[in-house]
Every structure is written in structure tokens, then in C-alpha cells.
Design a protein around this ligand. Sequence first.
Ligand code: ZN
Ligand code: ZN
Length: 367
Amino acid sequence: MQITAAIAREPNKPFAVEKIELDENIRDDEVLVRVVAAGMCHTDIVCRDQYYPVPLPFVPGHEGSGVVEAVGKGVTKVAPGDHVVLTFNFCGACPSCQEGDPGYCHSLFGYNFGGARPSDGSGTLSKNGELIHGYFFSQSSFGERAIATERNVVKVRDDAPLELLGPLGCGIQTGAGGVMNSLHPRAGSSIAVFGAGGVGLSAIMAAVVVGCTTIISVDVKPGRLKLAKELGATHTIDASKGNAVEEIQKITGGGANYTLETTALPQVLRQCVDSLTLRGVCGVIGAAPLGTEVSLDMNSIMFGRTIRGIIEGDSVPDIFIPRMVDLFMQGRFPIDKLMKKYPLDKINDAVADSEKGTTIKPILMMS
Ligand SMILES: [Zn+2]
Ligand SMILES: [Zn+2]
């Protein structure tokens, strides 16, 4: 069938919105989804720009939401008409998957960045005979239809506004899960979140949900810090104007119980570790280019402190995504405050606005 989709054709060049062909002959384990909307995440841009070797041209999009149109013969989890959020894919068979940690799947790269079906390398998208790589995060949801697999579609309640739910599949799951699943702070504890983009602000909202009473947002953009405050941060620090580590020590009386790094900058990771109290835990979410090194005072990690990396918020998506939807519907997790909608053909405006920092989470509407 013919679909309109946004294509990454060249690094550092605008996306092209074109009509292309999608081979709708789905496999036994696949699900054809009519995409309603898709969130845009930094990963879409850095893959277009080839920080990670995703084959060009390809259709990005890994925060899709939509309605199931057809299912393969072996699919039992969802049926046509179901509302679904599309998330990352994983193999289901490696040691991490078997132990319930799919974000650390040993085959994560092939299942999400390979540009083709991981099973046999076949493609699903083309234009006049030219292969367009698809299957980005086993969805390529910057288009009107997406082929996903049973494993990476998550059924959600159908009274929730479907067009807002896509980012729960990646960016919001990453930030909120980093707090709720990975760090799981005790009620009454303190947390400092470095970076107030979509991931960092999701972490702030999650810290409110779990009952942190000192919630510090650190960023260099006043507009984002203002939003962090609206979402429940008890303190904000403009790191361009002062020493964030000293301010956190002062606010918390000696250091935060938890810190979260979402910026992928080594000097910020250093500040995250230096801002911890004794036995504090620093979560590392920001994905830096391969080979990025950081320097630490070895003594700063001696006193029971922990530094741990976190992928996709340690989420088991079928469990965690519906929980976040319930929190949103109860008014306790206002993800809509991060979002701004754009029609798909205005995708390059969405990129420009998110690079300027005026939009936190663009939502691309398919129709
Ligand atoms: Zn696996
Ligand atoms: Zn993402």
C-alpha cells in the first residue's frame, strides 16, 4: 500500500516527506498499525546524522501510537481495533530478556537500528524499486502505517488520548522509568535531575509521583526550568549562572540521595557524582558518542556511592506503559505539558523548534 512517510536520506539534511510503498504482507509475528501520531526523540535526529550507523535512506520514528489494522497468524496479544503504543524491540531469548530486563537485550542494536527485519534482513519499504530501510525500532513510525511485532506493541486503554501516548514508548519511559524502576527513591528523599528536556522532565514528574520531597532540576535554559517548576520541581538551578554542585549541597544539606544524568556530557556526569550524599546513587541515562570518557575523583565513589547506567528506564513495556497511562489519566503525570503537535509535513519545523529548545516533545500527527 502507498503511505506518506518522512525519510532520512542524508546526514544533517532536512527530512523528506514522500509517498512510498509499504509491503503489507505481514509475517506471523507482525502487527500492521495505522499510526495516529509519533513523538520525535533526539535519537531520530542523531541516527539521521549517523552518530550510529543506521543504513540510509530510512524512515525514523520510534514513539508511535495508533490502531491495530491487521495481525499475523501467530499474534494473540492484540487484535484489529486495539489502541497501541509502539516501543523498542528485543529478542526475548537472551539472558537479559529471560531475566526480565529487555532494555539490556544482547541483540538490542539489530532489533532497533538494523534497518530491516532482524530475522532474515528483508525490507518492508520501497519507492519505485529503491529500497527504503524500515523497521527502525521495529516500527519506523514517521509514516501513516507501521509494521511492528507482537513483542513491541503495547495495548493501552482506549479512553486515553492516543495521539499523546507515543512518547511513553521511549523518551518518557526512559526518564520516568529511570526514577520509578531503576533508582526507586524512598518517599521523602532528595533527587537532582540534570537536564530538563523530555527525559529529564519525565523524571521530575516521576519523582513527584513516588514522593520525593526535594526535587531539583538543573538546566541552562530558563524556559525549561520554569516548566520543571510547574511539573513539581521544588528547586531549580540555572547551571550557566552558578556552581550546581555547591547549590545542591546547600539545598540538601550535604548532597542528594539520587542524581540523574540526562545530557550525555562528561562534565555533567562529574557534577552528578559530586552532588551525591554518602551512599547516594547516580543514574546515567544520556547516551554519549562511543568512546566518550569521563574523569572522577576516585574518593567520590568510595563512600558507598553507586553509578549505574540505565537503558529505556529498566522498563518492561507491557507492564510499565499502561501504568504511566493510568497516572496520566488520573492527572498525576501531565505528559501533555511537554508536547506540541505538528503535521507530518512540518517535521523539519519540529526539528528546528526542538533544537532551539522552544518545543520539548514534538508530536507528529499523521492526518
Ligand atoms: Zn534479548
Ligand atoms: Zn528515543
